[in-house]
Design a protein around this ligand. Structure first.
Ligand code: ZN
Length: 555
């Protein structure tokens, strides 16, 4: 950068999870051609194999160096450092303020690629100047770089924000407000299928389904502690006839209130309450991202009220349910984490130890490999987090299973035990997808918009070869409808090739073509998306094939 753009001011440039970036203050955003030139220059520097030399100097000396170089951002960074000495690195003529460590010399960098450019505010604050951020990555082997770039390319093609628009699945726009989603009809079909599946599998696993309101008295949130601990993520309360109400950021207090509303006994436990509950959370507009981070979303929430004695069994049940659900959606690889007691905590050490061992025993009993995150539990109880891996190996945080000693206390929950004594239940909060919006975003990326048959908004596109065969096409469509198969009948007066191309672009799983030959034999010509012609079959054969694949949740 300094060789090509000597006037560019250096801001910060850390290593990140995937590669690195550097922020520069330059007059105008980088063009593609400039990025290519920078990349070439970097390759030269790698070739020159220039050593990185660490120097520890006084802060004052460092200030003199960066003052003479006119690096004002470095001076600002220095002014925030309390230490007397700082480290700088020299690399030929170049010098930077850096903690290190570094490679011995530039020759070690090997294969490098600048991957993207973006605007970024100095120190992430929108009141500051907009800088230009260049992202890049390097690998010791050319093959590794190639594989990474291929993955990046694939990820770009799967971007749910682009596919969501292209496939007409959902929308967000400024007239509604950032982070607020409209599920368009075809997206809503997919959501409906997910919800139906979710409800039926939860019934099977012994959950009761409830609905709760979107707002409640502010005092409910004072009882739950949300006004105290969660207010940063809550919207402002609303005045209703002189009483303050709060838009809900969580469903938990409602489920607590329901449990408290009647006398409970040990016979009622474990009680599993499930809800697809829509919540609203304040997120800074800068962190909103497609469907992955929004302001209004529906959690696939549940609260399990149980005793210390059945805690482990209930956790095992949640784990089994989680993996059954993810398997149905084609996710087979997971990263699991157990977070333990933080410094500040509710309850007693004894309760924590018991609950934590219940969680780890449950994981071990199911042979689930997990990592422990020491001290990373929430103050009210230990938790298990499960991240899913998609087909590109990307990791997505979805499931949380959270033990809670605090809410039962705050809401004064109790039940009469077998021996007649009054006891306090334990609560497990759990969400498997996390939220429907987020999970839908992940699904779109997992399948690149080509949903498996059981989820596809339209399962079959029926294309008559010409107007003459609209009637036969209609009868094929009718039969699909009678068999609960979602279809689209293309009655536009267009060329067949054009209709096929449209259906392919919309990623319809099956295309059936009907013309004279098909009408005569009461059959259809079948094409499978991406696989091509499957040949001619009778209508009954075709429907049987679909039904079997739908029942088995096959691709
Ligand atoms: Zn909860």
């Amino acid at each position: 950068m300094k060789r090509l753009f000597p006037e560019a001011k250096l801001a910060i440039g850390p290593a990140i999870e995937e590669g690195f970036y550097y922020d520069f203050d330059v007059k105008s955003p980088f063009t593609e051609e400039e990025i290519a030139r920078i990349e070439e220059e970097m390759a030269k520097i790698i070739e020159e194999d220039i050593p990185f030399v660490r120097e520890e100097i006084s802060k004052k000396e460092a200030e003199n160096i960066f003052l003479s170089l006119g690096e004002e951002y470095k001076l600002e960074l220095l002014s925030d450092i309390d230490d007397k000495n700082v480290s700088i690195y020299r690399n030929g003529d170049f010098v930077d303020l850096c903690r290190g460590p570094h490679l011995p010399s530039t020759g070690w960098v090997k294969f490098l690629k600048l991957t993207s450019v973006a605007g970024a505010y100095w120190r992430g604050d929108e009141r500051n100047k907009m800088l230009q951020r260049i992202y890049g990555i390097s690998f010791p082997k050319k093959k590794e770089l190639k594989e990474y770039l291929h993955k990046l390319d694939e990820a770009k093609k799967r971007d749910h924000r682009i596919l969501g628009t292209k496939l007409n699945l959902f929308m967000m726009d400024d007239s509604i407000g950032p982070g607020l989603v409209i599920w368009k009809p075809e997206g809503a079909v997919v959501r409906g299928i997910i919800e139906d599946y979710w409800k039926s599998i939860h019934r099977k696993w012994g959950y009761q389904y409830i609905y709760t309101p979107h707002i409640a008295r502010l005092s409910l949130w004072e009882t739950s502690g949300h006004t105290e601990f969660y207010s940063d993520n809550m919207f402002q309360p609303i005045d209703v006839e002189g009483q303050m109400y709060q838009l809900k950021p969580m469903n938990c207090p409602f489920h607590m209130a329901y449990f408290r509303s009647e006398k409970r006994s040990y016979r009622d436990l474990p009680m599993r309450l499930a809800e697809l509950g829509t919540v609203y959370r304040y997120e800074r507009s800068g962190v909103l991202h497609g469907l992955l981070r929004v302001r209004g979303f529906t959690q696939d929430d549940a609260h399990i009220f149980c005793t210390e004695h059945n805690l482990k069994d209930e956790i095992i049940r949640v784990l089994d349910l989680t993996f059954e659900i993810f398997a149905a959606f084609g996710f087979k690889q997971f990263d699991t984490f157990l977070s333990t007691r933080p410094e500040k905590f509710a309850g007693t050490v004894k309760m924590w130890d018991k609950a934590t061992s219940s969680l780890s025993e449950a994981l071990k009993e199911r042979n689930i490999h997990f990592e422990v995150d020491p001290g990373e539990g929430v103050f009210y109880g230990p938790k298990i987090d499960i991240k899913v891996r998609d087909t590109l190996g990307r990791v997505w945080q979805c499931t949380t299973i959270q033990v809670d000693f605090n809410l039962p206390e705050r809401f004064g929950l109790k039940y009469s035990s077998r021996d007649g004594t009054i006891r306090r239940p334990i609560v497990i909060h759990r969400a498997i997808f996390g939220s429907l919006e987020r999970f839908f975003g992940i699904l779109i990326e997992q399948y690149a918009g080509e949903f498996p048959l059981w989820l596809a908004p339209i399962q079959v596109a029926v294309l008559p070869v010409s107007k003459q065969f609209f009637d036969y096409g209609t009868s094929v469509a009718k039969k699909l409808e009678e068999n609960n198969i979602r279809y689209y009948l293309d009655k536009r007066d267009e060329k067949l090739g054009h209709k096929i191309r449209d259906a392919e672009l919309r990623k319809r799983p099956y295309i059936v073509i009907v013309g004279e030959r098909e009408e005569k034999t009461d059959s259809v010509s079948v094409r499978r998306h991406k696989q091509g012609e499957l040949g001619t079959m009778t209508q009954d054969e075709f429907i049987l094939l679909l039904k079997e694949k739908i029942t088995n949740k096959e691709g």
